[in-house]
Design a protein around this ligand. Structure first.
Ligand SMILES: Nc1ncnc2c1ncn2[C@@H]1O[C@H](COP(=O)(O)OP(=O)(O)OP(=O)(O)O)[C@@H](O)[C@H]1O
Length: 449
């Protein structure tokens, strides 16, 4: 039986609703506090919520506050608000805040049954869709449920079976290599190698031999014939990351390989046929580089047969929690930790952080937080969100988190007030300098010491 939470402070109405909705496993609540506790404990897909809750039963303020909190804790919950029969204004306000539907008293068993059953159907479809999306993500390895990522996955599926040369554009850490791997994985080259090379991280004089390989004796130190990355990718896919950093003189050689599908190793005379699909990526403006003649125009057109834009994480909020949860499960398993979920303040911190380092930053934060975590919940403190001054922290009931957060904020404020004078900071805080230093180290507070 599906779990349904009924929130009403009138025992008569509670009974009537419970009786009308006998097909569900009903849980009852009559105040905002008991509602929130029931949402956390039972995770109902659907809630009927009377807006007139005590201590403000004559108005809707407490009911609307409960609605806001429910949707913060469990954003996918379908909340049906129940109002007095002339309170359309608050009903509409609730819909604006994210309630699924509203119903005006008096209770009619048939009507409320239809509304509740529709809410359950929709909740189930949405859950299935979300699960489907993660499964699609697992196929390609691209996790996320934002529209942008959905579109990217569709493009990956379309271009993978072709030989088209794709250019992946996006900031560092947005998932360009993950996308290149996805194209390889879905293509019919998937049982052959995927070889990645970062053109920016290899010194200019070594890049040529890294890519094309060399014959024994080609230069001092070339003791044996060595295959380059292109040959290593034979039959498979070569991912050229940071292609904008490819030295100009190498660009012509690369173009020849792309057009004629043959290479020559350094110091070699033999033309070697290669069957390699190429995917490139950059976060530079190649068109501008072409205009200023630091990137060859012919190569530019050869490698940008199709362009895929990968948006930064700050433009796809929906993906943050999905990725964070994915990494949490992954690292909890890897580091044998008990962490199963994020606390409310951690979720708040995750949602509101701007993620300049994109997914790589998110991944690192979750990884270290899982290692730091002591219980089944990862907290904002574990994630290193000490500076998020917000009301949402009040949601945390974990005393350690509350104390550590308060101490961090107090130290930061005192430090700022005293212009970074450590003696005055400790005096203001009423602690000794050694204690101040140890707290600064413990909470990893950025100060000039
Ligand atoms: N959609 C995604 N799903 C799962 N993991 C992802 C996703 N996007 C990125 N990651 C992870 O984030 C990290 C950075 O991704 P990736 O290396 O693909 O980014 P990039 O854009 O190629 O970065 P750079 O430009 O710095 O090379 C990797 O550890 C990767 O596994």
């Amino acid at each position: 039986m599906e779990k349904l939470l009924i929130v009403d402070d009138d025992i008569g109405v509670q009974k009537q609703l419970k009786w009308s909705l006998a097909d569900y496993d009903v849980v009852l609540a009559d105040t905002r506090e008991s509602t929130i506790a029931a949402v956390r404990r039972h995770e109902p897909k659907v809630v009927t919520l009377d807006l007139g809750l005590p201590p403000d039963a004559a108005n809707a303020s407490e009911g609307l506050a409960a609605l806001k909190q429910i949707l913060e804790i469990a954003p996918h919950t379908k909340v049906i608000v129940i109002t007095g029969n002339d309170d359309r204004t608050n009903a509409l306000k609730a819909i604006e805040m994210g309630a699924y539907d509203f119903y005006q008293k008096p209770v009619d068993a048939d009507v409320i049954n239809v509304i509740v059953s529709r809410a359950f159907s929709l909740a189930t479809i949405e859950t299935d869709n979300r699960n489907m999306k993660s499964i699609v993500g697992c196929d390609t390895g691209i996790i996320g449920s934002s529209e942008a990522i959905d579109r990217l996955r569709v493009m990956v599926q379309r271009i993978a079976p072709t030989e088209i040369t794709a250019m992946l554009l996006g900031e560092s850490g947005t998932g360009k290599e993950v996308t290149a791997k996805a194209i390889h994985k879905v293509s019919n080259r998937s049982d052959k190698p995927f070889v990645a090379i970062n053109c920016a991280s290899i010194p200019e004089n070594l890049l040529e031999s890294e890519l094309f390989g060399f014959e024994k004796g080609a230069f001092t130190g070339a003791h044996k014939t060595t295959l380059g990355k292109i040959e290593c990718a034979q039959g498979g896919t070569l991912f050229l990351d940071e292609i904008g950093d490819m030295p100009y003189h190498l660009q012509a050689k690369l173009l020849r390989f792309l057009q004629e599908k043959i290479i020559e190793r350094l110091g070699g005379r033999k033309e070697i046929p290669v069957d390699v699909r190429v995917i490139c990526a950059t976060n530079q403006n190649l068109e501008a580089m072409v205009a200023e003649k630091s990137f060859r125009e012919d190569l530019f057109y050869r490698i940008t047969e199709i362009t895929l834009n990968i948006p930064p994480l700050r433009d796809r909020d929906e993906d943050v929690l999905i990725l964070a949860n994915f990494f949490l499960q992954q690292y909890a398993l890897e580091y044998k930790r008990n962490a199963k979920s994020f606390s409310d303040d951690a979720l708040y911190g995750l949602r509101h952080h701007k993620w300049p380092g994109n997914i790589r930053e998110l991944q690192n934060k979750v990884k270290s937080s899982v290692i730091m975590s002591t219980g089944s919940q990862v907290t904002a403190f574990d994630l290193g969100f000490f500076d998020t001054e917000n009301a949402e922290y009040e949601l945390s009931l974990n005393l350690r988190v509350v104390r550590e957060h308060a101490e961090t904020i107090a130290i930061q404020k005192a430090y700022a007030l005293t212009d970074g004078n450590m003696s005055k900071t400790s005096e203001l805080l009423g602690i000794t300098r050694p204690t101040l230093y140890s707290l600064i180290e413990k909470y990893k507070i950025a100060v000039n010491v």
